[in-house]
Ligand binder design. Structure first.
Ligand code: PFF
Length: 468
C-alpha cells in the first residue's frame, strides 16, 4: 500500500528530514547544554551517542516508514497487528508537540520583527521577554506561525514540504557557518583591561572540562545528551516514519541516514560555535550559565553589547532560527496529517484545513498559558511549569523514551532486526553499520532507554534514594 505522494529523490528527502531535525533544539538547546555540561566533554559524549543511538533510532524509524509505506499508527499495525497501540502512543507525541511548537515559533517571529524594526535595545532589557509572553497579544505571533505551517503542509509533500526545505536549508547552512566564523573574530575588553576573544571562547567550548567530574555527574551529562539527541533528531515520535514513507525505493537509505546525522549534528556544533564565543566575549563565563533563557534573554543582550554589528547579526540569527523552527513545525503537522489521512481515509487539503483550525485554537490556549490561563504545576521531575511545559514534559520526557523502549523491543526481539536490514540493503545490498545496528537494537538500546525513561520521569532519583 504505497502512497501517491513522494519526495522527488534523495536530496529532497534528506533536506526535508534534516529540516525536521534542525530546529530550536540545535540552535538554542544544544549550545546551552554544552555550556552547562562541561564543554568539550558534552560534545564528545554527544557525538558518540549520535553515531550509536541516534543512528539506530533514525534507521529504525525511516526503514519502518519506507518498508510499510505508512505512518506510525498503520505502520506498527502492519508490523504486528497487536502493536497498533504503540502507533497510537507514537501519534500522541506530534499531537502534543504541535500544541506548543508554533508558540515558540511565534516568539522567534516576534524577535525577528523587533530587530527588523530596529528596536533591538528594547529586546536587551531584563524583563522584555517576560513582559512579552505575559501579554495576551503575544498570541498573534503564534497564530501567524501556525497559519504559515498549515499553508505549507496543505500544499503537499513535494510542492509544500520539499520545496520549502530546499529553499530554507541551504540558506540556513550558509548563515550558520557565516555567523560562526564571525563569532570567532570577536574581541572585547572590560574595565580591568582584560581582553576576551572569540578564540578564547572557542577554547571554552571545545576543551573538555573535567574539573570535579564524578560518576554521577558523568551520568547526568550522558542522560542530558541522550534526551537532546531524541529531540534533535526528531526520532521516536513518528515523524521520521512518515517522512520515510515518502521515500522512493531507489533511494539509498544508508547514505541518507548518515547525511541527516551529519547535517543535524553539524548545525548543532556550529550553533554552539556562533553562540558560545559571542556570549563569552561580551558577557563572560557568567553569561554562559544563562540556561534555557539563553536565546531570548542572554543573546539579545549580547547582540546589543556588540553595537551595530550586533543588530545585523541579531536580525540574521532570528531569521535563521525562524526558518529552522518552520521546517521542524511542518514536519510535526505532516506527521499528524498523514496519520489522520490514513485512519480516516480523508484527502490532504481537507485534513490539513481541519487540523490547522484545531491547532490555531490550541496554539492560542497554550500561548495564553502565560497570562489568561496561567497555571503553576509541579512536574514529576521536580520543576514547576505552565501549560507549555506540561505539554513538553508529557511528550518529550515521558512519551518519547517510553515509545523507544517499546519500539526497540518490537524491532529487536519480536519482528527482528533482519526486517529492517532488508529495507536498508535495498537497492544496492549495502547496510554498512549492520552489526552495530543489530547489537544496539537488541541489547543496548532497550536497556538504556529504560534508564532514560526512569531518569526523565524522576523515577530514577527516587529509586536511587531508596537504594542509598
Ligand atoms: N528536531 C527539532 C529540533 O531539534 O529543534 C525539534 C522537533 C521537531 C521536535 C519536530 C519535535 C518534533 F516533532
Amino acid at each position: 500500500m504505497k502512497k501517491k505522494s513522494n519526495f522527488s529523490g534523495q536530496i529532497g528527502f534528506v533536506l526535508a528530514a534534516a529540516g525536521s531535525a534542525v530546529g530550536v533544539g540545535n540552535l538554542w538547546r544544544f549550545p546551552y547544554l554544552v555550556a552547562k555540561d562541561g564543554g568539550g566533554l558534552f560534545l564528545i559524549i554527544y557525538i558518540v551517542l549520535v553515531l550509536t543511538f541516534g543512528f539506530t533510532l533514525l534507521t529504525t524509524d525511516i526503514a519502518i516508514g519506507r518498508k510499510t509505506g505508512q505512518s506510525a499508527i498503520a505502520a506498527y499495525e502492519t508490523m504486528r497487528p497487536g502493536w497498533k497501540k504503540l502507533g497510537i502512543l507514537t501519534f500522541c507525541v506530534p499531537m502534543l508537540i504541535m500544541t506548543y511548537y508554533a508558540v515558540i515559533g511565534g516568539w522567534i517571529l516576534k524577535y525577528f520583527t523587533v530587530y527588523l524594526t530596529g528596536d533591538f535595545a528594547a529586546a536587551a532589557k531584563d524583563d522584555y521577554f517576560t513582559d512579552f509572553i505575559t501579554d495576551p497579544s503575544s498570541v498573534w505571533f503564534g497564530l501567524i506561525f501556525m497559519l504559515l505551517t498549515g499553508f505549507i503542509v496543505y500544499n503537499g509533500v513535494e510542492g509544500g514540504i520539499e520545496r520549502c526545505s530546499k529553499f530554507v536549508m541551504p540558506i540556513l547552512l550558509v548563515l550558520v557557518i557565516g555567523i560562526a566564523i564571525f563569532s570567532l573574530t570577536l574581541r572585547s575588553g572590560d574595565e580591568s583591561g582584560a581582553v576576551r576573544t572569540g578564540l578564547d571562547g572557542l577554547k571554552v567550548y571545545l576543551m573538555p572540562d573535567m574539573s570535579g567530574l564524578t560518576l554521577s555527574r558523568f551520568l547526568q551529562i550522558t542522560l542530558d545528551a541522550m534526551s537532546q539527541l531524541f529531540f534533535s533528531l526528531s526520532v521516536s515520535m513518528g515523524i521520521m516514519i512518515t517522512y520515510g514513507s515518502y521515500v522512493k525505493k531507489e533511494v539509498d537509505l544508508n547514505k541518507s541516514v548518515a547525511q541527516i546525522e551529519i547535517v543535524d549534528t553539524g548545525v548543532a556544533i556550529l550553533a554552539g560555535m556562533m553562540i558560545i564565543p559571542a556570549i563569552f566575549v561580551f558577557s563572560g563565563i557568567d553569561g554562559m550559565s544563562a540556561g534555557p533563557s539563553l536565546m531570548f534573554v542572554a543573546l539579545p543582550k549580547t547582540f546589543y553589547t556588540m553595537g551595530k554589528a550586533g543588530y545585523v547579526i541579531g536580525l540574521v540569527f532570528f531569521l535563521l532560527t525562524a526558518f529552522a523552527a518552520l521546517t521542524s513545525c511542518i514536519s510535526v503537522l505532516e506527521a499528524i496529517t498523514a496519520n489522520c489521512m490514513e485512519v480516516f481515509h480523508t484527502e490532504r487539503k481537507k485534513t490539513t484545513g481541519v487540523l490547522t483550525i484545531i491547532y490555531l485554537i490550541a496554539t492560542a490556549v497554550i500561548a495564553l498559558g502565560y497570562s489568561v490561563f496561567y497555571v503553576e504545576v509541579k512536574l514529576p521531575n521536580g520543576s514547576t511549569g505552565q501549560l507549555l511545559d506540561i505539554m513538553d514534559y508529557i511528550s518529550n520526557s515521558f512519551l518519547m523514551p517510553l515509545i523507544s523502549v517499546f519500539s526497540t523491543i518490537l524491532v529487536g526481539w519480536i519482528v527482528g532486526s533482519k526486517w529492517i536490514a532488508e529495507e536498508m540493503e535495498h537497492p544496492n545490498g549495502k547496510f554498512s553499520r549492520k552489526h552495530l545496528y543489530n547489537i544496539m537494537i537488541k541489547y543496548v538500546a532497550p536497556v538504556i532507554m529504560v534508564i532514560l525513561f526512569l531518569q526523565s520521569t524522576g523515577l530514577l532519583d527516587r529509586l536511587l534514594a531508596v537504594v542509598a
